[in-house]
Design a protein around this ligand. Sequence first.
Ligand code: NCD
Length: 306
Amino acid sequence: MDLQGRHLIAPLDLTVEEMEGLFSLSQKIIARPEEYAELCKGKLLATLFYEPSTRTRLSFEAAMLRLGGQVIGFSEPQSSSVSKGESIADTIRTVAGYADIAVMRHPKEGSALVAARKSGIPMINAGDGGHFHPTQTLTDLLTIKLEKGGFDGITIGMCGDLKFGRTVHSLICALGRYRGVKFILVSPEELRAPEYIRDEMTDFEEVRDLSEALPKLDVLYMTRVQKERFFNEEDYIRLKDSYILNAAKLKKAKDDLMVLHPLPRVNEIAIDVDDDPRAFYFKQMKNGMYIRMALLAALLGKADLT
Ligand code: NCD
């Protein structure tokens, strides 16, 4: 399987086989990182971040540097010509003249697709508004795969802001293709998953109460209420602490539950959960770097996926 020259804009841009190929390459990289230290030597990654980021940008940069490549980019759009009114299309044309591959995060839904259409180099969507975030999904899936061995038949709870949470949307689309996956969606009425995402699931239920769902779950995916996507601050304040997972509530959960969170967390996971062996969100964050190494190598044609 060859992903050379492809874009990654939406979670379904990759087939199940291609995703599995990326997971197995990531596992090889985790086992022997030194063997990959020069794989992308001479290649340049551009990181275009129009929205704040810690993990996604730094893990992409670390991934490219650990593959022996180099990185250019901006994380403050005010410091680029965007602040002069330049369009995404023109910025991408420029970047494609300098770099071999680009990753972009932008507040507008669909922006990554617009960029990909104008880009002569592989474009990776690192989040387009409240729409998709496919590389977080690869991170989430790798984390589950490493622990559970696969996805068939799991029951996953998605809790929090299912309306604006792009990581939730992407993960549902990708997981919906595996056999026997059951989704339990836990959110306030106002933050329910949009219909185009609900359509991706064959077996799901929607509940308001986290403790009702908790004992049934193999994986719990907690999310932050996406403050930056609200039109009205009062609504955000009213909804922001809808769900707070803590050690006491976790007593009702299975012993082999995995608690995931794309991070950053605000209040939705109390710090007394961090030392519980079921807390996987810090491992998940680290896996993000390895899967991005695999992805960069594959899109640059430096790794054949088996
Ligand atoms: C997520 C995002 O940007 O959508 N963060 C991340 O990339 N790890 C989740 C969030 O910001 O809540």
